[in-house]
Design a protein. Structure first.
Length: 393
C-alpha cells in the first residue's frame, strides 16, 4: 500500500463517519424529545404549530374564502410562528408592511411597463434596497419575493392587490393566534440549563487543569488546551446571556392563564447568578492566561516548583467539587449541596501551604513568586465565588 492510498483511505471514510454521527445526533434528539421536556421537545412543538398554522390558513383561504391560489395566507402563517409571541407580533407588522410594499410596487411597475421583464427590472432593485432598511428587520426580503410572485402570476388589478394583501393579513392573524394560544412559547428552562451547565463545565475545566499540573508535564500544548476550554466557557456564558434575553422576551404579552398551559418552570434563577458565574468564567480565563505566560520559555515569569503545583492542583480540585455542587443546586434547588466541614478544612490547609510556598518562592526571586502569587489570587477569587460559606465572609 502506497503513501497515497494511506492518505486517501481515511478521507474516504469521513463522509460516512459524518453521516453516522449526524444520524446518532438525530436519534439522541428524538429520544430526548420523547422522554423529557427540553429544547428538543420545544422545537418539535414549534414545528408542529407552524405546520398547523399553515394548514388552517390554507383551509380558511381555499375552502371558506374560495381562493384557488391560496398562497399568501399559509406562507405568512407558517413564518410567523416564532420563538416568542412578541417576536411574532413584531415580525408580523414588518412582514405585512414589506408584502404590501412589494405588491403595490410590482403592480405599479407592471402597469407602467406592460411586460414581465420590465416590471421586474423596475421593482425588484428598489425593493432589494428597501429590504436593507432597519425598520424591516430580517423581513424586508419578503417585499421583493412578493413582487416576483405578483408579477409572475399576472394578477395586478386593484382587486387582486387587495386580495393578496388581505391574504397576508389573514395568515398573520392565524399564525399569531396559533403561537399565542396553542402551547405558548415560554423560554424559562434554557436559563437554568445553561447556568447549571456553566457551573459544571467550570468545574470540569478546573479538574482538567489540576490533573495536568499534577500528573503531566506543563508545556505549551497543555496551556493551549486549557485556553480552548476557557474559550468554551465564554461561549457557554454567551449562550446563558442569550437565553436570559429570550426568557425576558417570552414573558412579554404572555398572560397568566397562557403560562399555565405551558409546563415550563414557573421561575428563573436570579440574574445575580449570571453575574457570579460570569465572574468565575473571567477568573478561569485569567488563570489559563497566567499559565500560558509561565509556560513560554521566552517570558520572564517561570512556573512554581513541583511541590507548589501539587498543592495548587489539590486546591483547584476542591474548588471544582464546589462548582459541581453548585451545578447540582442550580438543577435542583431543594438538594443539599453545601460542602462539608472536611472539604472546607482541606481548602484552608492547602491555602496555608500555598501561602508558605509563596514566601519561599519570594525568597528565591520575584520571577517565580509572581506566577504563584497570581495563580493563588485567581484561585481565591474563584473560591470566593463558588463556595457559599466563603461568599458570606
Amino acid at each position: 500500500m502506497t503513501r497515497v492510498t494511506d492518505a486517501v483511505r481515511p478521507r474516504a471514510g469521513r463522509p460516512a463517519d459524518a453521516l453516522r454521527q449526524e444520524a446518532h445526533a438525530v436519534a439522541r434528539a428524538g429520544r430526548a424529545a420523547w422522554c423529557e421536556p427540553g429544547r428538543e421537545r420545544d422545537l418539535v412543538v414549534q414545528s408542529m404549530k407552524a405546520a398547523a398554522a399553515a394548514l388552517i390558513a390554507w383551509s380558511v383561504a381555499s375552502y371558506w374564502l374560495s381562493d384557488p391560489m391560496a398562497l399568501m395566507a399559509p406562507w405568512v402563517a407558517m413564518v410567523l410562528v416564532q420563538a416568542t409571541i412578541y417576536s411574532s407580533l413584531r415580525q408580523a407588522a414588518q412582514q405585512w408592511t414589506a408584502m404590501c410594499a412589494g405588491t403595490l410596487l410590482a403592480s405599479a411597475a407592471q402597469a407602467l411597463t406592460g411586460n414581465t421583464l420590465g416590471a421586474l427590472a423596475l421593482s425588484v432593485p428598489v425593493l432589494m434596497l428597501l429590504a436593507n432598511w432597519h425598520r424591516f428587520g430580517d423581513q424586508g426580503i419578503y417585499g421583493a419575493t412578493t413582487a416576483v410572485f405578483t408579477i409572475a402570476s399576472g394578477a395586478v388589478s386593484a382587486s387582486a392587490v387587495g386580495h393578496r394583501v388581505g391574504q397576508a393579513a389573514l395568515g398573520a392573524v392565524i399564525g399569531i393566534a396559533v403561537n399565542a394560544f396553542v402551547f405558548p412559547p415560554i423560554h424559562l428552562r434554557d436559563v437554568g440549563e445553561n447556568l447549571a451547565a456553566l457551573a459544571r463545565e467550570s468545574g470540569d475545566v478546573l479538574c482538567g487543569i489540576a490533573g495536568d499540573l499534577r500528573h503531566t508535564e506543563w508545556d505549551a500544548q497543555s496551556t493551549a488546551r486549557w485556553s480552548g476550554e476557557a474559550a468554551r466557557l465564554e461561549r457557554r456564558l454567551n449562550a446563558l446571556r442569550s437565553a436570559r434575553a429570550w426568557s425576558r422576551e417570552s414573558l412579554r404579552l404572555t398572560a397568566g392563564p397562557l403560562r399555565a398551559v405551558n409546563r415550563a418552570p414557573r421561575s428563573l434563577p436570579p440574574e445575580e447568578e449570571d453575574e457570579r458565574w460570569g465572574r468565575v468564567t473571567g477568573h478561569i480565563g485569567a488563570l489559563t492566561r497566567t499559565l500560558t505566560v509561565a509556560a513560554d520559555p521566552g517570558r520572564t515569569p517561570v512556573p512554581p516548583d513541583a511541590r507548589a503545583l501539587r498543592s495548587y492542583a489539590g486546591l483547584l480540585e476542591l474548588i471544582a467539587d464546589a462548582c459541581h455542587a453548585e451545578s447540582d443546586r442550580l438543577r435542583d434547588p431543594r438538594a443539599d449541596t453545601r460542602p462539608d466541614g472536611d472539604g472546607e478544612d482541606a481548602m484552608g490547609e492547602l491555602h496555608e501551604q500555598l501561602q508558605e510556598e509563596l514566601q519561599e518562592h519570594a525568597a528565591g526571586g520575584a520571577a517565580r513568586a509572581t506566577v504563584l502569587g497570581t495563580l493563588l489570587l485567581q484561585a481565591e477569587n474563584i473560591w470566593t465565588e463558588t463556595v457559599p460559606s466563603a461568599r458570606k465572609q
